[in-house]
Design a protein around this ligand. Structure first.
Ligand SMILES: [Zn+2]
Length: 291
């Protein structure tokens, strides 16, 4: 089976439009994950007590933010890539359905280097999916995955899974090397985009403040992977968190800040099109979807 054209093509969601800027969301597809990826060490009945449905799977969306601000055409993350078809890897087709040629993308900003964010950079033939784009990755994130033996001692994932993950990520980083530009969160990036370091999920995991007209919203990247468990119990975490405890601390701190600011939030993995706000209820948080 080829990787192309086996998924439903879907147009983008327009989140903001002005004379000189347009912000869209394009989906890379939905992927079901076993609920065992969430809350390692917590009994499943306890896990299911904070869920509406206690199915064995949790479906993760992959929402790609597209910022058109000529001469810049910016994507935040690049999706799962061809090997995840037909469920995901839909970004190139969905960009085209939205009227965007992948060759016109000037910049791809990576929130972090996990496969569901970077594998979409390279196609089945090993070529760049976005041939004219520079690829931006936070420096500490690059250094961590690029090192020969990264410290996985604070992760709750299996060593053999982490070893394979490390190899896979290094391979993509090597392939994108010629187009890679490293950034620090103190660097100015674009007038409409400011990186915010939110470490734990990975060492250089970044969120972004996006300014659209008079409004600034926060792309919270992988602070929360689902709309129930990690909002109710930020400390329960996922097996994907490289530093489990730091990820939990960062998650609780950011959720608190975003609830207090009542700011509009965009989330990579929450249900299409990924916009919503965060409400504080006692010691817990709640995701309220909506633009
Ligand atoms: Zn992710």
């Amino acid at each position: 089976m080829t990787s192309q054209h086996h998924h439903a093509v879907m147009q983008g969601f327009t989140a903001f439009q002005s004379a000189n800027m347009e912000i869209l969301v394009v989906t890379d597809g939905d992927v079901p994950y076993n609920s065992d990826c969430f809350a390692p060490g917590i009994d499943r009945p306890e896990l299911n007590s904070v869920r509406v449905q206690s199915s064995d799977y949790i479906t993760l969306a992959h929402n790609i933010l597209v910022i058109s601000a000529p001469p810049h055409l910016v994507l935040i993350d690049a999706g799962n890539g061809y090997s995840s078809a037909p469920a995901a890897g839909c970004l190139p087709d969905n960009l085209k359905a939205t009227g965007i040629d992948p060759a016109d993308v000037t910049d791809i900003i990576l929130t972090h280097a996990h496969p569901d964010h970077i594998n979409g950079l390279i196609d089945e033939a090993g070529l760049f999916v976005f041939p004219n784009a520079e690829i931006h990755l936070q420096e500490a994130e690059y250094n961590f995955w690029q090192s020969v033996s990264p410290d996985f001692s604070k992760s709750k994932n299996l060593p053999k899974v982490l070893k394979q993950l490390h190899q896979d990520i290094r391979q993509v980083l090597a392939a994108i090397g010629p187009k890679l530009r490293l950034f620090n969160t103190s660097d100015p990036m674009f007038p409409f985009l400011r990186p915010i370091l939110a470490p734990g999920h990975t060492p250089g995991h970044c969120m972004f403040a996006v300014t659209a007209g008079s409004e600034t919203f926060i792309h919270m990247a992988d602070i929360c992977h689902d709309a129930e468990i990690l909002f109710s119990r930020p400390e329960w975490g996922t097996i994907f968190d490289v530093d489990f405890d730091l990820a939990a601390q960062t998650r609780r701190r950011i959720l608190g800040e975003l609830a207090d600011s009542q700011q509009l939030v965009f989330a990579y993995h929450l249900q299409w099109p990924g916009f919503g706000r965060i409400v504080r209820i006692g010691n817990e948080f709640k995701w309220v979807p909506g633009r």
